[in-house]
Structure formats: C-alpha cells, structure tokens
Write a protein that binds this ligand. Structure first.
Ligand code: UN1
Length: 508
C-alpha cells in the first residue's frame, strides 16, 4: 500500500487545503484509519476559517479567468484529467478500497465512473446548447444562452469518495464554473489524491490557482461553504438529516442546491420474474459496498406465490457470501466504514426484533484474525412489515427486509410507501407489469429499473431522487443545466423601437 500512496503523492502528514500548486492548512490534524485492517493510513491537516477564506478568494479570481476560456478548450483540460485517471486507475481504485472499505472491483468501478463522466463532459463541452426563439416583434431575434454560475461547492460522502466529486466537478468545469470540494472526514486521503491529479493537469497547462480547490475539515467547514454568498451552487451528497440543514441554509441566501440524500430502495419481484437473474441484482444490490450505497437494495417486495422459493434462494445465496479483506477479490463483502456504523447496524437489528420483525439470516460482528478493525459485519435478512419505523429508516448497513404482496398495485404502494425516493426496480418478464411500474402510477423514485437491481446506475442518465432524497440531479442527461444560469436575450436589429404585447408608446 505504501507504494500506492506514494504514487498518488500522499505523505504521512498531508496538507488538507489546496487551490492548485498551493497547499496549506492551519487547523487541527485528522487521522485516517483503514476499516480494512484498522491501521493508520495517513494524517491530514484541516482548514481554519482563514484557510477557507483564502480558498474562496482564490476561486473567485480563478472564475474570472476560467469563464473566458471557450467551453471546448475547458473540455480539453477535462480530457487530460480523464487520461490521467486512466493511467492511475489501479492505484486510485486500491486507495478507495483501502480507505473506504469497498471491494477492489468496486474501487476500480468508482474510478471508471470518473473516467466515464470526464468523457461525457468533454463531449458536452461542445453541446451547451441554448434555444433560438421567434420574437413576436418584426426584425427582432430571441435566444437563450447558458452562462457559468461561479463557484460550485461540492460536499461529498465517504461511500463514494471520488466518483461523486467527479460527477460534479467535471460538469462544472466544462460549464465554466470553478469548484471547491469539501470531502468526507472519513475518506480525506482519497480527496488529496484526486486534487494531486488535477494539480498535474493545471501545472502542465499553466492554469491559474483556484479552478479546483480542496478544503478538508468537519461540518464547520461545510457550514462556511453552505452559508457563503460567494458560492451560488452547493451540490451535497449525504444523509437526509444533513441535507435538511444544507438545503435550508442555501435557500435562505437564495443559493441553489443539488441534494442527493438518503434512499430506501426496493425491488418488486413478481410471479413472472426470471429468478436467477433477479438473485444477482438483489444480492449485489443489498450487500455491495456492505450496504453503504444510497442506491443499496433495502427491501424486497415478493409475490406471495413465489415468496417461499425466492426466500429459499436468498438464504442459500447469503450462505455463500465471503466476508473479509476487500482487496482480496475472492471476498464479496468488506467492512463497514467505522465502529460507529457497526453500532448503528447492531441497533437497527435490535429494533427489527423489538418492532416484530423476524430475522431469517442472522447478522453479527465478526471477530478474530482478519477482522481486527472491528468493522466487519454479516449481511442479515429479516421478514418485516413496510410500516415498521426501522424499515422506513435508511440504515447504512447490509440489512435486507423482505415482505409479501398479492397484487401489483399493493406492491407499488409498498415500494412508494417510504419517505425516500431514490431508486427502485421490478423483476418481471411481463410487459404490462413492467410498463405499469414505469408509468405515472408506478414508482415515485428518480430511478426505476426493469430486470436490473437498484444500484449501479450508469453516468449517462441523470442521477438523483425525489421526496427526502432531495430532488437534485447530477451526472448525465441534461443535469449540466443546474451548473449554469440561463439568460434570455431579445435583440432588435431593425430601425424601429417596438414594445411587446402591442403596447403603443409614442414620445412625439
Ligand atoms: C451513492 O450511493 O451515493 O448507482 C451513489 C450507484 C452508483 C452511485 C451511487 N453509480 O450505485
């Protein structure tokens, strides 16, 4: 791992703030321990308020430069950034896996998402289309154009320590915005590694400081960013609890926010499902990233006629799961992020029982050789009712709730009957069932899939969800519009001044 850390420019003690080539930080030091083996990976100095103010003023200056660069040229820098990610994919994927605890395959997948969104952004840099409209007045022309917003504040969570930043930053860059990234305190080294990669691009192209900045620290730094009127857009990923505070703070100052918060995702398994296919999507959805994705499958809503068979297959599949070092590719499930997360997992299992749920695959914390970090837990399955308080709540751990249904309308009502609205899926080979699920009377989520699990969304689509998930959209499709401001222009090229709505106004 030492070799990997060195190749990504990480040291024993790292500065936590950067505007480019400049690194500084005068706040307290935080330590990053790996949930894989409990060892200290490195230390990071955090930002003080003065450090933060320095970052914002550098970013404000950089914006004046960056907004003048033609968008396709900005795309060219993003292309170079993507190429560097390709070259460093294995190392960065390994660091993601070691610092966050997800499997190496998933760590690589995360870096692949960064590469993909860079490619997407490069193409988009030539497609920031506005509209040409017909004016109601003669010899007038109307159009809409899109301008950059300014500084985009990106607050990211530990579970996707690099990809979610890239979804936001690569789009923001080509749109002409500059970024300030406040990463999770639980995965700070990943952020330093990413900033180092951007800094190489900036140095090689003689770009000024401040196009991409990093501020490490706790929620206090997050509050500085969200309350700052110099930052017109905040894109925040994390818990619903955090999003409520961020959303209110940003709205109070008339800023914009993209909120990507909790999920409580379900798969409906109908009588007409291909069960083998279903199993892969459901099990990966439930235990991938040890249940710590906002898109994790938390509920299975199964038709009563196939309930026992599907339950049986699930229990068998769970018995085969290998838990252990995520860098060992033979393992399916790695650790939770920290002991706090383990506590929450155990409390949730207790609540399942006290609220009347029935555990069918028991959980528990693993101990002994290989599990010294104390963060490894067994994925659990419980039969539960949808309206139980614990089922309505997102526990960031591998606990799967299963329940029965009779009619598809009832299943859809169960699927929608939670406060969150991120991802959803139906497993069926019946076209009418699939189309009903995708219709306006179907899933109320931002993502609705057929014969695919709830997690593992591709970057080409807009990513985000409704209700307590926050309503924001990131990544593909036309999500870029949130990173720009729209301007409507009306231009008179004739020799007469004429007013709209036929108003007569004569000065002679
Ligand atoms: C998240 O969990 O915050 O769909 C993001 C997925 C990933 C992104 C998840 N592409 O699972």
């Amino acid at each position: 791992m030492q070799e990997v850390l060195r190749s990504l420019g990480l040291k024993e003690i790292n500065e936590g703030c950067s505007t480019g080539q400049n690194w500084f930080s005068n706040g307290e030091v935080i330590e990053s321990f790996s949930p894989v083996d409990g060892k200290l990976i490195g230390k990071i100095k955090t930002a003080t308020k003065a450090d933060y103010l320095k970052v914002v003023s550098t970013a404000s200056d950089a914006f004046k430069f960056w907004r003048e660069i033609p968008a396709p040229k900005r795309g060219e820098y993003v292309r170079q950034f993507g190429d560097k990610l390709r070259a460093k994919k294995a190392g960065l994927g390994k660091l993601v896996s070691y610092e966050m605890g997800k499997s190496y395959q998933e760590g690589l997948g995360e870096v692949q998402e960064m590469i993909d969104i860079c490619d997407f952004a490069v193409g988009l840099s030539r497609q920031l289309y506005g509209l040409q409209l017909h004016s109601e007045r003669p010899q007038h022309r109307m159009m809409e154009q899109w301008h950059p917003l300014g500084i985009v504040g990106i607050i990211s969570a530990f579970n996707f320590p690099v990809a979610v930043w890239a979804w936001n930053s690569s789009l923001a860059w080509i749109c002409g915005d500059v970024c300030i990234w406040k990463p999770s305190e639980k995965t700070p080294l990943c952020s330093v590694a990413c900033q180092n990669i951007w800094n190489e691009v900036a140095k090689e192209n003689n770009l000024p400081e401040g196009i991409s900045s990093l501020v490490n620290g706790n929620y206090v730094v997050g509050q500085l960013l969200t309350a700052d009127t110099h930052v017109p857009l905040i894109s925040a990923t994390g818990s619903t609890q955090m999003g409520k505070i961020v959303g209110a703070t940003v709205a109070e100052r008339f800023g914009r926010s993209i909120l990507e918060l909790g999920g409580n995702n379900a798969i409906i398994i109908t009588e007409n499902a291909d069960l083998d296919n279903t199993l892969i999507g459901a099990v990966f959805g439930a235990i991938g990233t040890a249940g710590q994705r906002c898109t994790t499958t938390r509920r299975l809503i199964i038709h009563e006629n196939i309930y026992d068979k599907a339950k049986d297959q699930l229990v068998k599949a769970y018995a085969q799961l290998k838990i252990g070092d995520p860098l060992n590719e033979a393992n399916h499930v790695g650790p939770l992020i920290d002991k706090d997360a383990v506590k929450k997992y155990l409390n949730s299992l207790e609540s399942v029982i006290s609220e009347g749920g029935k555990i069918i695959v028991p959980g528990g914390v693993l101990e002994g050789k290989g599990f010294e970090s104390g963060c490894y837990v067994k994925p659990a399955i419980a039969e539960a009712k949808n309206d139980m308080a614990i089922v309505q709540h997102e526990t960031f751990a591998p606990i799967l709730y299963i329940m029965k249904y009779k009619t598809l309308d009832e299943a859809i009502a169960l699927q929608n009957g939670v406060p969150q609205g991120l991802s959803s899926a139906i497993m069926t080979l019946n076209m009418r069932e699939a189309e009903l699920f995708l219709s306006a009377a179907g899933s109320d989520c931002g993502i609705a899939n057929v014969n695919i699990g709830t997690s593992g969304a591709e970057i080409g689509g807009a990513f985000g969800g409704e209700k307590e998930t926050g309503g924001g959209r990131e990544s593909g499709s036309d999500a870029w519009k949130a990173y720009m401001r729209r301007q409507t222009n009306t231009l008179n090229w004739g020799s007469k001044a004429s007013l709209a709505q036929g108003i007569k106004f004569d000065l002679s």
